[in-house]
Design a protein around this ligand. Structure first.
Ligand SMILES: Cc1cc2nc3c(=O)[nH]c(=O)nc-3n(C[C@H](O)[C@H](O)[C@H](O)COP(=O)(O)OP(=O)(O)OC[C@H]3O[C@@H](n4cnc5c(N)ncnc54)[C@H](O)[C@@H]3O)c2cc1C
Length: 460
């Protein structure tokens, strides 16, 4: 029997990308937990919209889409996909680096394509005005000039959906760059497979490396955690930089309604504020194996390697899958407009080691556990690093899943009772337990690496 959107929804694997709503001229709406869900006509939930959904039609997986949309490339790696070149980089010209989350290449690259008239518009998540307490902070939109691209800089750790903006692309001829996390790029590739206009108009795609998405409520929980009630939060900026703050820190800025000051805070001490704990993550992120956006022309993320860890100015890791874009960046490096430094494919994967553990080892565990329980799971690629973990790590993966489910329910109760302490109290033990297990697991990992190095030195 063919698989359906209904199965994806019931199993909690819907990431709310909007691919199916675009294909079926439906809509996307936020649910009570701040996640997007499709609103389709009755029969469509059981229909063959499968090729639109990133979690269905396993034949149209990342490998297939990369081969279909990207040129023949010299290298292929099971972690970072096909690639032409890998490097570390940051923007040197203008204020892109200071204004961005990482090395500023995201906004620099979008502006570069606009200035060179290689595209007419940039499709990306942008801050939007909010009226209601639970309204979204960001939506997809099209920026057609440099100022608008710059205004949207930073990582928006927040759900977005593509159906509205792809409708706009359909109504408005032109050439576009699409920016998004891996599942969104995959959904766009699927749209391009079915719709020639999408293939002609979206001429470049740029993926942001992705740990996981967060609901609208995560932003509310941070703002509320530092004293601003949800209805008073005008805007949020994630990954605000500061001179004395490590590149990897998650500082955020909150602007109160009517206020002019951006109050900057560290998210780590707040309940669920440590990004990797997985608070208010969609369940779908548990069923994704694409950390870097393997179907995109260019991937950008953070170069989280020891040699860059202390640089508070930010440094990108870049994977180019398009020789034309590799050459564009190399030219800009020669002109001193950006700085490119060598990085190997292994280093790029190492820079995202936590993400790969969660999405490969963790995924192998989750799939096996659900199958054992007779539950439906999306069919994933058979990748060499999808090896089932030992007991400790398996327990960590289970606890992370519990965190995302419990946190969203608990925060809903806090919103309904207008009392943040409900969330803080209910989640305290689970977060603490997970944190302690993670610290123990990483201490064990470091010790075993050191011991192996010691033994191999002795042997030689
Ligand atoms: C949900 C999420 C999870 C991430 N997880 C990781 C991770 O685990 N490891 C890692 O190395 N990097 C991760 N990143 C990417 C990283 O945070 C930076 O966004 C990236 O390195 C680009 O930084 P920059 O300074 O070059 O870009 P900037 O100059 O800040 O520009 C970023 C561009 O991306 C667009 N954008 C931001 N968020 C979104 C979004 N949600 N959807 C569509 N467009 C968006 C902006 O509009 C802007 O055009 C994540 C990003 C997101 C949104």
């Amino acid at each position: 029997m063919s698989e359906t959107i209904n199965q994806v929804l019931k199993s909690g694997s819907c990431v709310g990308c909007g691919g199916c709503a675009f294909a079926a001229s439906g809509k996307m709406a936020l649910d009570a937990h701040g996640f997007y869900a499709p609103q389709l006509k009755g029969a469509e939930y059981d229909s063959a919209l499968a090729s639109a959904c990133p979690f269905l039609s396993p034949d149209l997986n990342e490998d297939f889409l990369a081969d279909r949309f990207l040129p023949m490339l010299p290298h292929r790696d099971h972690k970072i996909g096909k690639y032409d070149a890998v490097f570390a980089a940051h923007a040197e010209e203008n204020s892109f680096r200071r204004a961005g989350s990482s090395g500023g290449i995201g906004s620099w690259f979008a502006v570069e394509l606009l200035q060179r008239k290689l595209v007419d518009g940039v499709i990306h998540a942008r801050p939007v005005p909010r009226r209601g307490a639970e309204d979204p902070f960001f939506r997809y939109g099209i920026s057609r000039n440099i100022e608008d691209v710059k205004k949207a800089a930073h990582s928006h750790y927040h759900v977005v959906e593509i159906s509205e903006v792809l409708d706009e692309v359909k109504r408005t001829p032109g050439r576009y760059l699409f920016i998004g996390v891996p599942c969104m790029v995959k959904a766009v590739r699927r749209a391009q497979l079915r719709d020639g206009q999408m293939a002609d108009r979206i001429v470049y795609t740029m993926a942001l490396v992705c740990g996981h998405l967060k609901s609208v409520h995560w932003a509310l929980s941070l703002g509320w955690g530092v004293g601003t009630i949800p209805e008073d939060i005008e805007s949020i900026t994630f990954r605000v930089k500061s001179n004395n703050v490590a590149a990897k820190a998650y500082y955020f800025g909150i602007r109160k309604r009517g206020g002019t000051v951006l109050e900057v805070h560290d998210s780590a001490p707040l309940t669920g504020g440590k990004f990797n704990l997985g608070a208010m993550m969609p369940d779908a992120c548990n069923y994704c194996d694409d950390v870097v956006g393997e179907t995109s022309d260019l991937t950008i993320g953070d170069a989280w390697l020891p040699r860059y860890a202390l640089d508070s100015r930010g440094k990108n890791m870049i994977v180019s899958r398009n020789p034309e874009l590799t050459a564009l960046m190399q030219r800009a490096d020669r002109d001193g407009r950006i700085v490119i430094e060598p990085m190997t494919a292994k280093e790029a994967a190492d820079a995202q080691s936590g993400g790969f553990r969660q999405r490969r080892e963790g995924l192998a565990h989750r799939l096996a556990r659900r199958r054992l329980g007779g539950l439906w799971v999306p069919i994933k690629r058979d990748l060499p690093d999808m090896v089932r973990p030992g007991l400790l790590r398996a327990r960590i993966y289970d606890l992370r899943e519990q965190v995302s489910v419990r946190s969203r329910k608990s925060f809903r109760r806090a919103l309904d009772q207008r009392d943040l302490s409900v969330y803080e109290r209910e989640m305290a033990t689970t977060f603490k337990q997970l944190r302690l297990m993670e610290i123990f697991a990483s201490a064990t990992r470091i010790a075993s690496v050191r011991l192996r190095a010691l033994f191999s030195r002795r042997r030689s």
